[in-house]
Design a protein around this ligand. Structure first.
Ligand code: SME
Length: 154
């Protein structure tokens, strides 16, 4: 497990958020940045709730291998359960989670942090790791801050 320097990461993410690029480019830059700078983040993506279908998550910008799970209903998999429960979902070992949508056999753990706007889930940050039990409270704190920052531009 590696230490996270949340202060520096948040400063860099703030720069991406305030830069003069399109929304999707900002979200993609955030994914690329996190994947490159946090060693235990092997896939980083945003799932967004489409206004016309508020019980479904649609894959937005991401960094890492393409996934077949581009549309996920609330309640389905780790992403759908986090959206349904409106809370973070940390799975330290995906082999122990029955309601799980596998993207790759290399993925060993996953963390999902919802993005709220007006107390409603409008999307989430999803991270897959190739390590077992890599996540600590620091990951949750960092990703909750990034989710708040993303909510301001969504
Ligand atoms: N594993 C997720 C599906 C999305 S991928 O991780 C990119 C899940 O169980 O919801």
């Amino acid at each position: 497990m590696s230490e996270i320097d949340s202060g520096e990461i948040l400063e860099d993410i703030e720069q991406i958020i305030s830069s003069e690029i399109l929304l999707d480019e900002k979200l993609e830059q955030i994914c690329i940045y996190l994947k490159e700078n946090v060693p235990h983040y092997d896939w980083v993506g945003f799932y967004l709730v489409e206004e016309e279908n508020d019980e479904e998550l649609v894959l937005g910008p991401f960094a890492g291998e393409p996934t077949e799970h581009t549309h996920i209903g609330f309640g389905e998999g780790i992403c759908g359960q986090a959206a349904d429960r409106e809370e973070n979902f940390v799975v330290q070992d995906v082999s122990k989670e029955d309601n799980y949508l596998s993207c790759s056999v290399d993925v060993k753990s996953e963390i999902v942090v919802p993005i709220f706007k007006d107390e409603k889930v409008v999307g989430e940050i999803d991270i897959d790791s190739h390590e077992i039990e890599p996540f600590t409270e620091k990951d949750e704190e960092l990703l909750e801050r990034i989710a708040e920052m993303a909510a301001e531009i969504l």
